[in-house]
Design a protein around this ligand. Structure first.
Ligand code: NAP
Length: 277
């Protein structure tokens, strides 16, 4: 079993430095994969209404036998549920499917700016937090301008912003804004969905120097940048490999070399234009 260290959020509570992505983990096999991750030491689980696996994530949490208060379950409000009352109803549906009485990390999945309802959605998230149905309110795929607007119109910034982040898209500007405002960055698709990234020669060289795998180098890069990556793996051995990244440290030069792989977003998910329901 791997121990994944935590880091304090702006509110002082402990947040894992690495979690499990669950996109495409569904059905009985999905439950088994999520249980194996929890048994390996994962505590932060990343689900969403749109992954259609909240039932599986809740079931895996119960089957794992790990104390409920140790597990940190994330889910997300989909675009079709934006709006104050709609978000309250959406959360009730998620809680029912998860079979839990609290969502640990609740995120607005996409801002969908043309709909212009993410501020009302955010107000509902804060209400859910004040009621105790949500522990941490956060967002996903928000830009600096959108975060600033939330702060200006509601007086409260999200604790977390989950964004596309990997060596091809290191997001230095957004990460600096997060750091200045006490917003924890989470990296989605931290392995760039295993595109050619893991075969990059620069990663092979750094991996050999530390006696680890290129995947571990990438995930350690995320944690040293100050982000929480949420790699998805269905495979128990790869889950352990992905979590076991806290026994070595990259040098500043190695971090810079990895960030030098930058080429931009990989899937066109620009939050100013890309919208999901
Ligand atoms: P990812 O975690 O970057 O990559 C997952 C892929 O890499 C899978 O094909 C997996 O295959 C493979 N893989 C995992 N560990 C590996 C290893 N050690 N060696 C070789 N291959 C490995 O991509 P992702 O699933 O897109 O992103 C992670 C999570 O982020 C998602 O599951 C989801 O929870 C979240 N997400 C959020 C958003 C958002 O808009 N907020 C968008 C996309 C994703 P195996 O399963 O076979 O190991």
């Amino acid at each position: 079993m791997v121990t994944i260290p935590t880091i304090p959020l702006r509110d002082g509570s402990a947040f894992p430095q690495l979690g499990l992505g669950t996109y495409n983990l569904r059905g009985g096999d999905g439950i088994a994969s999520i249980v194996s991750a929890i048994e390996s030491g994962y505590r932060l689980l990343d689900s969403a209404v749109n992954y259609q696996n909240e039932v599986e994530v809740g079931e895996a949490a119960r089957r794992s036998g790990v104390d409920r208060d140790e597990l940190l379950v994330t889910t997300k409000v989909p675009g079709r549920d934006h709006g104050y009352d709609e978000t309250l109803a959406s959360a009730a549906g998620s809680l029912e499917r998860l079979g839990l009485d609290r969502i640990d990390l609740y995120l607005i999945h996409w801002p969908n700016p043309s709909v212009d309802r993410y501020v009302d959605t955010w107000r509902a998230m804060l209400q859910l937090r004040d009621r105790g149905q949500v522990r941490w309110a956060g967002v996903s795929n928000f830009t600096e301008a959108m975060l600033t607007r939330l702060g200006e119109e509601t007086g409260e910034l999200p604790l977390v912003n989950q964004v596309e982040l990997h060596p091809y898209f290191p997001q230095a500007g957004l990460r600096a804004f997060h750091e200045a405002h006490g917003i924890r960055t989470e990296s989605w698709s931290p392995l760039a969905r295993r595109t050619e990234l893991l075969a990059e020669p620069v990663l092979a060289g750094i991996a050999a120097a530390h006696g680890v795998t290129p995947t571990q180098v990438v995930l350690r890069w995320h944690t040293q940048l100050g982000s929480t990556p949420i790699p998805k793996s269905a495979n128990p051995a790869r889950q352990v490999e992905n979590a076991d990244v806290f026994g070595f440290s990259l040098t500043d030069a190695e971090i810079a070399a990895i960030s030098g792989l930058e080429r931009g977003r990989l899937w066109g998910g620009d939050p100013d234009t890309h919208e999901e329901l």
